[in-house]
Design a protein around this ligand. Structure first.
Ligand code: 5GP
Ligand code: MG
Length: 177
């Protein structure tokens, strides 16, 4: 693997396609076991999680559903940490077992703000599965139940994750040089 340039920034190889796919296989096997007979709903948070969701869901062998929502956070001078739902939840989650799929947990702000909204719809259970977990960066209490990789607090791109909209279409994950 070689370094790549996305816009003005240089990124170095960090996690290979092979490593990523291996971890996803392990996670899928665990979820197949933990949710057997429960018909869970995988709730994927767009945009970053689309490849993670697709690769994981292909390896789910139990009865399961998948749906998507899009959350966006306002960034700006007056940022009060507001998270808006840009595409909402269509599925009826009442009484259902939900597994949230996130590409990366950074400060935890996005999920910390969204979870009460989801819980108010009365799911039977909610667990969080993430591809990447920047543990040191966590500022808002969020309990992550399944993690593929714990990573340091450095900006990454690839495999669904973008830098200013670009870089998502890479099979490997790169770290800012
Ligand atoms: P949080 O709300 O946990 O602070 O951040 C979650 C969102 O921030 C992620 O879903 C992702 O969109 C973005 N994010 C956080 N860290 C990174 C990173 O290292 N690289 C990229 N591309 N996005 C990140
Ligand atoms: Mg995201």
């Amino acid at each position: 693997m070689n370094s790549i340039k996305v816009l003005d920034k240089e990124f170095v190889p960090y996690l290979s396609e092979k490593e990523i796919q291996e971890k996803i296989t392990v996670l899928a096997m665990q979820l197949n076991k933990d949710y057997a007979g429960k018909r869970p709903i995988f709730l994927s948070i767009l945009n970053g999680s689309f490849l993670f969701t697709a690769d994981l869901f292909k390896q789910i062998t139990i009865e399961a559903e998948v749906c998507f929502i899009k959350l966006a956070s306002y960034k700006g001078m007056s940022s009060s940490g507001n998270v808006i739902t840009a595409i909402g939840l269509e599925a009826n989650v009442s009484g259902r077992d939900i597994i949230i799929l996130e590409d990366i947990i950074d400060t935890g702000k996005t999920l910390h703000h969204y979870l009460p909204q989801l819980l108010s719809s009365g799911p039977a259970s909610v667990k969080i599965a993430v591809l990447l977990n920047k543990k040191e960066a966590l500022q808002f209490p969020v309990q992550v139940d399944y993690t593929c990789f714990d990573i340091p607090n450095k900006f990454v791109v690839g495999y669904g994750l973008d830098y200013d909209g670009l870089g998502r279409n890479s099979k490997d994950i790169y770290q800012l040089k």
